[in-house]
Design a binder for this molecule. Sequence first.
Ligand SMILES: [Zn+2]
Length: 174
Amino acid sequence: MRILFKSVGAVLLVSLVAAPIAVTAAGTGSPKLKRCYMGKYKGEKVVKTDAEWKKVLTPEQYEVLRGEGTELACSGPYWNMHAKGTYFCAGCGLELFVSDTKFDSRTGWPSFYTPAYPENVATREDHSHGMDRVEVHCPRCGGHLGHVFEDGPAPTGLRYCINSLAIVFVPDKK
Ligand SMILES: [Zn+2]
């Protein structure tokens, strides 16, 4: 009985502190993913209502992922990140990018020359704000990630310009 009480207490504690941690993560820290989906995207879909997304995302993450917002340059935690590891979708945990393909684009946004797997990002034409761009989103949950431009480095010549708020970095295990 005593053990049971302890574990219930721990669960309550986690749920109480989870929200504030997630909110501050938009600035300097990293939000935690409940589950990561490594490897090639297999075609499954994650569908939630706006109300459900608001429960699992911070307001800042929601604005980017579901509202197609763009964080201010140099404001996110990953534009200047050089550690080795993997970047997952902040909405659903799908593996999106790996650090080996990250490069310094001098834009203030995390930039990659290719996704982890071609299947793991989806694109569509975006003519909003008077610009002709190619929008990039997660194929699994539909979350907006950023845009892709054709001014990146070799070997692809592509620059995936991604919002830090749309991704979660998990460092490689040493
Ligand atoms: Zn996703």
